[in-house]
Write a protein that binds this ligand. Sequence first.
Ligand code: ASP
Length: 314
Amino acid sequence: MDGGRVDEPRWAIAVHGGAGTMNPDGAKERLRAYEDAMAAALALGTGMLRDGAAALDVCEAVVRSLEDNPLFNAGKGAVFNENGEHELDASIMDGATMRCGAVAGVRTVKHPVTLARKVMTDTRHVLLAGEGAEQFAAVAGVDRVQNTYFDTPGRRRALQRLLRQRERTGAAAPVDRRFDYGTVGCVVLDHAGHLAAATSTGGMTAKKWGRVGDTPILGAGNYADGYAAISCTGTGEEFIRHSIARSVTARMQYGGQTLAQAAGAVVHDVLASGDGGLIAVDRDGNIATPFNTTGMYRASANWRGEREVAIFQD
Ligand code: ASP
């Protein structure tokens, strides 16, 4: 069993809380709070896996817990768009069956990942957006909130700073990943050998109304098949342009690359420095968490006893 513990079936999990320009010399308590939140999300998922939970259930539960945590740009704590409102995106995918669901631009759904799962299970469709997704939320019976529920003072300050910066430098100024990080995601290999991925985000600070990022685009910001499960974070437009999440498994499927090679190549050779990163697990329980930003909040563990909670490069 590759040196694994013989008494335990194979499993693996990775969690992220966004990639961006974090300052390693920043307030230690703040960095610690992110590490603690990542460790708690990992503990939730690991506990479920040890109890035999299915990959999809673990992904949804872990992402929901992070949607409730105001530190992250997903659910409560989501970034503001240009109009000072929140539009949330999420998706979930089952690698064992290729079933998937996603929602884009939802405004009143407390846990967008759960609505994404209901798109997968309760409709013939893969992606519902905007007003239609809201109508579906009403019939699907998920928790609803006022849009202001997602507000946090820190995200409002980030909007104001970014709008001021834009006034000075013009709207075409390069994307500044100091303002956006905090997207959340989870990828899992369960005891049954099934892979799943889920990702949830508020998008990017001061985004235009109606802007949809990579998170609800299966194959771009989130993906799972029989080879691997991937959840991405970063400048969504670049992840869509290069079909980043599916590229990882395509390199494994058609090019015979290992998970580490495939994930490393898309992040370091295809994307540009500063674009973001991803977390991935493969069908053998290997884990990869490459990123090309200063940091990426992340945590991972597998049945072999490997465990990591980290923000910056080693
Ligand atoms: N990828 C997300 C988006 O573009 C943002 C992020 O991961 O920080 O919507």
